[in-house]
Design a protein around this ligand. Structure first.
Ligand SMILES: [Zn+2]
Length: 341
């Protein structure tokens, strides 16, 4: 599985240029990667690649394929090379001010695979997302969906969130569902022994997660991706209050038109958007936008940040409708709350 995924990613990384040339006027569909929708397309690739691998392995039985003979060391080396290639592709795209960095290879694969465009969806019809397309079926059939209400968590002494962020170049895009800031070189998050590369952050207004039914005016999602395609998302709840300095730089860089991606002025330091208290609620959940894939390790921070009413309006004022998915049933999932901070 990991080998075939790695090989697929190599192939995709090599093909980024074609997409780049087409990406100056992305549609809402092509940039609909909220919460890493495009990452789901990687998961699709994995499925496809696995199928391919299965048939290759069949061939290998006749001694004609190397698919079954790659050593563990070679796997690991390949995975490493793939990770490096992806970072390099993302970096070049940011430098060139091109379309949503970190998502392009998957999108190209998507069209190569003739899956068609992601079906159009809105928040108004959130209860019916699972019926809009076969690829959205997890939205209704899934049993570990997000967001959820965070009350009733079990207090535990959990490891602290371990981030290794650095200031980096970024782009910003309004994809029709949210404003997303792509910072592919922002660094890494380590969680449960797994390393995740930072990809992008974006907002929901009002908050998606609730505590005893209460919403916050806004919630930011910081999306990270592991080499195997799984995601770790940090949720940060926002209270109205003093302006939070880091957002002003994003606001002045906001594109004039939806779908147009702009380079953010200066560098973006992801850590400057986090509260002091980073103890978190943890649970296993999903993307909160179609296709609602259940591949997300969630950490919603217990500390919150403040934004001024003007700052929040600069983002939420671009929305045609509130962009929070209603809370989903926990279905007996373990919900932990770090009490060690
Ligand atoms: Zn989100």
């Amino acid at each position: 599985m990991s080998t075939t995924a790695a090989l697929t990613l190599v192939a995709c990384s090599g093909g980024g240029d074609d997409h780049a040339s087409e990406s100056t006027t992305p549609t809402a569909e092509s940039t609909g990667g909220v919460d890493g929708t495009a990452v789901e397309q990687v998961a699709d690739e994995h499925t496809t690649a696995t199928d391919t691998h299965a048939s290759d392995a069949g061939d290998a039985g006749h001694g004609s394929s190397s698919a079954g003979t790659v050593s563990k060391a070679a796997f690991d080396e390949l995975r490493l090379q793939v990770a490096e290639l992806r970072v390099e592709v993302d970096r070049l795209q940011v430098l060139a001010g091109l379309n949503t960095a970190g998502e392009t290879p998957e999108e190209e694969h998507e069209s190569d695979a003739s899956h068609g465009d992601t079906p159009h969806w809105t928040y108004e019809e959130a209860e019916r997302w699972g019926e809009l397309a076969a690829e959205f079926s997890a939205c209704s059939a899934g049993t570990e969906q997000s967001p959820i209400d965070l009350a009733g968590s079990i207090g535990l002494d959990l490891p602290n969130i371990d981030t290794n962020y650095r200031p980096a170049d970024a782009t910003i895009v309004d994809n029709g569902h949210t404003v997303q800031v792509n910072v592919p070189e922002a660094g890494t998050l380590e969680l449960d022994g797994e390393e995740y590369q930072f990809v992008q952050f974006h907002f929901h207004a009002p908050s998606e997660h609730t505590i005893e039914g209460d919403h916050w005016p806004m919630e930011w999602h910081f999306v990270h991706r592991a080499v195997d395609g799984s995601l770790a998302v940090i949720g940060v709840l926002v209270e109205e209050g003093p302006a939070w300095p880091g957002f002003d730089n994003l606001i002045v860089s906001l594109p004039l038109e939806d779908g147009r991606e702009e380079v953010v002025a200066g560098q973006v330091d992801v850590s400057s958007f986090l509260p002091e208290l980073t103890a978190a609620y943890h649970y296993d959940g999903s993307l909160t936008t179609p296709p609602c894939s259940e591949e997300v390790s969630w950490s919603v921070l217990q500390g919150s940040i403040t934004m001024s009413a003007e700052q929040m309006a600069a983002f939420s004022g671009r929305l045609e409708e509130p962009n929070n998915r209603p809370v989903q049933p926990t279905n007996g999932r373990v919900l932990e709350k770090d009490v060690s901070a």
